[in-house]
Design a protein around this ligand. Structure first.
Ligand code: UD1
Ligand code: CA
Length: 454
């Protein structure tokens, strides 16, 4: 689209009903603050300029916004005098005369970029104001869209509506698109003569009509404009987001055995022909490549799972895990900040941290990389084709050479050279007949105890 676009995201609300010390728009959906969701949707609708309007003293919101986009501008609305007043807090951005202006709310993370694109198309066709409406199951509290001859003539806020107007179920979703050429003059014409004494953004509809400008409404699903006001609402939005995202992934070729038990993050990437078993949880920063299988009850964050790798059941991949193709990570294995090369196996009850594991190495059950000395982290290098016997402790920094063996139960503190056997445990001694002697002694002890207690 050749037209320029400014998205103004309103986020000055206090969100009292969240009962939180954190601003409402910072509460997360799919592990991402709601305001960041709205910023991403704006960016996907090709809004190159993003302005976020925050309440006074909202340093935390500022930080999150800057973290999402360095180019985004934050404007403070010092007094909360209504949605039109909030939009005007971003006046300097409006004065740059973008072609399109989108007004969005920071607490509606389910919005779709296609919907914004559709609204922008209406502006491109000549509309001055485009309103996003929806059919409300319960319209209480929403602004009603008043139409005459199929045209949107006004939006009436619930408090200001007549009994007859209150029967209308076509409501204002809050999202609005304005032509940049008339946006400022329309916004400046808004007064505060209404039940709340606020500057209502919704008044632009009537004003634009009076000026003979084109006003349109398009319709979205109610869920898409769902705003979060309480923790209950937050959970509802989370559940809708998860359901929609699972459906999108399955449509793109991902198998989910029990989709309702898989929890995805806003940035999860899963390629086609991946199978997810039940109860898999994704934290931020995970990519799963084609053909991989994530078995039940696994938890992944900050990890790359290579092609045809198999993870779990009950595996935990932590940030910095990079598993090459064909690797296997089995039950009760935790991996952190480690590269595991092609075909290597870490199948049971193991902790691998700050390590590199070579191709086709085999890490036995109960192996622990002792990576932390209480102050510093150290690295463990395990060569290609190495074989680490069960229940070994590899005290880092330490290197196990290519093709080397480590005997079970070893505590390895020195490097093991290529193709050598590292053996570091007490030597076994067998004592003839000693078991019989012990049994007899124990039997006598027991008999003695029984007599004295009688
Ligand atoms: C608004 C709409 C209503 C619509 C509803 C959809 C107006 C006047 N009303 O009503 O037609 O049906 O949304 O949910 O626009 N905000 C600020 N500063 C302010 C006031 C609001 O930043 O001074 C922000 C809030 O944080 C919120 C958004 O604007 O994100 C909407 O404000 P809110 O007070 O919730 O409006 P509603 O009464 O719900
Ligand atoms: Ca609201």
């Amino acid at each position: 689209m050749a037209r320029t676009c400014l998205a103004i995201i309103l986020a000055a609300g206090e969100g009292t009903r969240m009962r939180s010390s954190m601003p409402k728009v910072l509460h997360q959906v799919a592990g991402l603050p709601m305001v960041s969701h709205v910023m991403r949707v704006s960016a996907k609708a090709e809004c190159e300029a993003i302005a976020v309007v925050t309440g006074s003293g909202s340093e935390a919101v500022n930080t999150v916004v800057q973290n999402e986009s360095k180019a985004a501008q934050v404007y403070e609305q010092t007094e909360r005098l209504g949605t039109a007043h909030a939009v005007l807090a971003a006046r300097p951005a409006l004065e740059k005369s973008p072609d399109d202006v989108l007004v969005l709310f920071g607490d509606t993370p389910l919005l779709k970029p296609e919907t914004l694109t559709q609204m922008r198309e209406k502006l491109a066709e000549g509309a001055a104001v485009v309103v996003l409406g929806f059919r409300a199951e319960d319209a209480t509290g929403y602004g009603r869209l008043l139409e005459a001859d199929g045209k949107l003539v006004a939006i009436r806020e619930h408090r200001d509506a007549s009994e007859e107007e209150k029967t209308i179920d076509f409501c204002n979703g809050g999202i609005m698109a304005l032509a940049g050429s008339s946006a400022l003059s329309l916004l400046d014409a808004i007064g505060n003569d209404n039940a709340k004494g606020e500057y209502y953004l919704t008044d632009v509809v009537e004003i634009a009509n009076e000026q003979g400008l084109t006003v349109e409404a398009i319709e979205a699903a109610e869920t898409e404009v769902m705003g979060v006001n309480t923790r209950i609402g937050l959970a509802e939005v989370e559940s809708i987001w998860q359901r929609e995202t699972r459906v999108r992934l399955m449509s793109s070729g991902v198998t989910m055995q029990a989709p309702e038990t898989v929890f995805l993050n806003a940035d999860t990437i899963i390629e086609a022909d991946v199978t997810l078993e039940q109860n898999v949880v994704f934290g931020p920063g995970v990519t799963v490549k084609s053909g991989a299988r994530i078995r039940a009850f696994s938890h992944l964050e900050g990890a790359i799972v290579g092609e045809n790798a198999e993870i779990g059941p009950y595996a935990r991949l932590r940030p910095g895990t990079d598993l090459a193709s064909g690797t296997k990570v089995g039950n009760f294995v935790e991996i952190k900040n480690a590269k595991v090369a092609e075909g290597a196996k870490v199948n049971h009850l193991t902790y691998i941290g700050d390590a590199e594991i070579g191709e086709k190495a085999n890490i036995g059950a109960g192996t622990i990389t002792c990576n932390y000395d209480g102050m510093n982290k150290h690295k463990t290098m395990i060569g290609a084709g190495a074989f680490i016997g069960s229940n070994s402790a590899l005290v880092a920094p330490v290197t196990i050479g290519d093709g080397a063996y480590v005997a079970s139960g070893s505590v390895i503190t020195d490097d093991v050279p290529e193709n050598s056997l590292g053996l570091a445990r007490g030597k076994q001694v067998n004592k003839d007949n000693r078991a019989v002697e012990i049994r007899e002694r124990n039997a006598q002890l027991k008999e003695h105890r029984n007599k004295t207690s009688r």
